[in-house]
Design a protein around this ligand. Structure first.
Ligand code: PEP
Ligand code: MG
Length: 608
């Protein structure tokens, strides 16, 4: 069917569903080869100095243009660019680069790289100055910009993203992804990364089709190549023929028609055909996503990833700006509940001021609640803002990420009580009954779930991390993506154990990992008796539709059988059969070759 000699098909990992058809925009950040040569004669030294000075001027002008075009909600990003403008003219980089050109007669690119290296060593040497250390990321960004201009590639940057293009990049950070806009960005292709990285999560939230782990994509795809990206199957077609184009344009239509049709019912309750009611809430990374959450029938916010508010800015947000953010969120969603997760920075979610940039193994490092308990002032500021905002409508719930055991619960609770006492003393109102919950995302938390459940008001299972830490694979690494098995019997047992512990203690349990937003897993999660599903807003209509068409009794019977199975492949096959039989149109529309693209098929493909 799809076979045209002029086109080239490559495959990556389907990371955000949907079809994108458009021209490629190559984002080559971090991939610039640096030529090295010596300059001969005064004339060439003088010319190289001029070339360097002109590149700095161009970089300054670029930053100015970008600053002016920044969306108002990312105004802090503008301040970050100001810092970069200052770094450009800093003598340790500007004068030092010129010195290398004049005295050592190195070419401009190499001179910049050398000056940067020296400046970075200086920053990292200031061991007590976290702020100075955090400037390393800005120094890198500045260096990258100048080197790129010197190499004549100034236009291939995210800042210059053309309207309606498909971004092709080696990698894209979550901080970059959050600045993209659906519509303006048709699709994303990256060479590295898995489908559970935060970049993929952001793409799903924005409804932008994405493929990750597409090896050599940036080499095989040229700027302005016409491409098709299938974010479900991971297929990328470069310069497609007419037949392919027609096929995918039809698929795009089919998907849109189906989504329109099921969206009509997305405001109905998430209730199974035999009357079992569950929650259907939204995960958001920024307050602007409330519109999508409401439009898609969210009954509340099950996860607000507050760390994105801390990204793309020069310094820590102050209590007032956090308060305003939480206040607006609570007010706009009232009376529906809003679950605000405390700062979950670290691992792949970094900011320029984040003090953990240099960790050798960041996924196991000072991230999340550990970071908050280490840098208590950051944590206290956030809790104060959250408590103050809770007075608005009494609908805020607090949620702690990456809890590993009772110690962290006790410590966090102690700080929480101290802040409450402080506010009471100052007669500042807050919701005294604000629910206090814990995410279950580590095997140790599952083992302790019965005791943790005695101390908190709710659980929310973060399956993205729970899968990563229980199977021991990096969720952002494309090389082990085939091992990322949500249906691994060990993972399902962990979920069951957590649900049982919660229910024995009389508290509800949600799933807010990506598993909750994947229609394929609806029968399993229902049968495991979770109380609420929280997912990216775009997934809500599909998941709610399947919940409404499922029978709780059948799902429980199915899960009983599944829990006796011994391998992920066995379970995947059983789930495939079940959903294909029960919901054929859902899986026909989203992926006619779906059976061939299960995680099982991906594993077979990789030869394991
Ligand atoms: C999770 O780990 O499942 C989760 C919801 O948190 P995050 O993806 O932000 O780590
Ligand atoms: Mg997590």
């Amino acid at each position: 069917m799809i076979n045209d000699r002029s086109s080239l098909t490559i495959r990556g990992i389907g990371a955000a569903p949907g079809i994108a058809i458009g021209k490629a925009f190559l984002l080559e950040r971090g991939q610039i080869p640096v030529p090295r040569y010596r300059l001969f004669g005064e004339q060439s030294v003088a010319e190289e100095c001029k070339r360097f000075e002109a590149a700095v001027k161009e970089a300054e002008a670029d930053l100015e243009t970008i600053k002016k075009s920044i969306r108002s909600e990312f105004s802090d990003h503008a301040r970050l660019l100001e810092v970069q403008q200052m770094i450009l003219r800093d003598p340790s980089i500007y004068d030092e680069s010129l010195r290398y050109i004049r005295e050592e007669r190195t070419n401009a690119q190499l001179a910049v790289i050398k000056a940067l290296r020296k400046a970075k060593e200086l920053f990292s040497g200031l061991s007590n100055d976290e702020y100075a250390k955090s400037r390393i990321a800005d120094v890198d960004a500045v260096g990258d910009r100048v080197v790129r201009i010197l190499a004549g590639q100034s236009r291939s940057d995210l800042d210059h993203l053309r309207e309606g293009a498909v971004i092709i990049a080696h990698d894209l950070s979550p901080a970059d992804a959050i600045q993209l806009q659906a519509g303006r960005t048709l699709g994303i292709v990256t060479e590295i990364g898995g489908s559970f990285s935060h970049t993929s999560i952001v793409a799903r939230s924005l409804g932008i089709p994405a493929v990750t782990g597409a090896e050599h994509a940036a080499r095989l795809i040229a700027e302005n190549d016409f491409i098709i990206v299938d974010g479900r199957t991971g297929v990328i077609i470069i310069n497609p023929g007419e037949t392919e184009l027609e096929f995918y344009a039809n698929r795009q239509d089919e998907i849109q028609t189906y989504l329109k049709q099921i969206s009509r019912h997305s405001h109905l309750p998430a209730q199974t055909s035999d009357g079992h009611r569950v929650g259907a809430e939204a995960n958001i990374e920024a307050i602007e996503e409330i519109v999508a959450a409401k439009d898609n029938g969210a009954e509340g916010i099950g996860l607000y990833r507050t760390e994105f508010f801390f990204m793309n800015r020069v310094e820590l947000p102050d209590e007032e700006s956090l308060y305003r953010d939480y206040h607006d969120l609570a007010e706009l969603m009232a009376p529906s509940p809003v679950t605000i997760r405390t700062l979950d920075l670290g691992a792949d979610k970094l900011t320029s001021w984040c003090p953990t940039l240099e960790e050798p193994n960041p996924a196991l490092g000072l991230r999340s609640i550990r970071l908050c308990l280490h840098y208590k002032e950051i944590f206290k500021t956030q809790l104060r803002a959250m408590l103050r905002a809770s007075a608005v409508a009494g609908n805020i719930r607090l949620m702690l990420p990456l809890i590993s055991g009772m110690g962290e619960i006790f410590e966090a609770r102690k700080i929480f009580r101290e802040i409450q006492a402080e506010l009471t003393k100052k007669r500042i109102p807050f919701d005294k009954n604000m629910p206090f919950g814990a995410m279950i995302e580590l095997p140790s938390a599952v083992a302790m779930a019965d005791l943790i459940a005695q101390e908190v008001d709710f659980f929310s299972i973060g399956t993205n991390d729970l899968i990563q830490y229980s199977i021991g694979i990096d969720r952002s690494n494309e090389h082990v993506a085939y091992l990322y098995e949500p249906l691994h019997p060990g993972v399902l047992r962990f979920i069951k154990q957590t649900v049982d512990a919660a229910h024995d203690a009389g508290i509800p349990v949600a799933v807010c990992g990506e598993m909750a937003g994947e229609p394929l897993y609806v029968p399993i999660l229902l049968g495991l008796k979770i109380n609420s599903f929280s997912m990216n807003p775009v997934a809500l209509p599909r998941v709610k539709n399947l919940i409404r068409r499922s029978s709780m009794k059948e799902c429980c019977r199915f899960v009983e059988k599944v829990l006796r199975m011994r391998t992920a492949s066995e379970i995947e096959e059983a789930v495939s059969k079940m959903v294909m039989k029960k919901f054929p149109e859902e899986f026909h529309v989203f992926d006619p070759n779906w059976i061939g693209n299960t995680p099982l098929a991906a594993k077979k493909k990789s030869g394991s």
